[in-house]
Write a protein of this length. Structure first.
Length: 81
């Protein structure tokens, strides 16, 4: 399952976020989305979680929790058309 993680602190690094997510399940990859002109974080990321049950666990454990001073939004990512 592909997860959307929003409302991230702009200083969040992919490695740190991946370690946090892995406390609740296996995570294949994490990608913090950056502005292509400034290379600064846009404040959201996507994570690939191979097991759907573990992905749901990550959502239930981390959605609406505080992480590095911001309240996270964690949910299943919408598919692109």
């Amino acid at each position: 399952m592909n997860l959307y993680i929003g409302n991230l602190n702009y200083r969040v690094r992919e490695d740190d976020l991946k370690r946090t997510l892995e406390e609740f399940g296996e995570v294949s990859s994490v990608r913090v989305i950056k502005d292509r002109d400034t290379n600064r974080s846009k404040g959201f990321a996507f994570a690939d979680v191979p097991d759907d049950d573990e992905a749901r666990s990550i959502i239930s454990e981390l959605n609406e929790t505080e992480y590095q001073g911001r309240r996270l939004i964690v949910k299943e990512a919408m598919q692109r058309p």
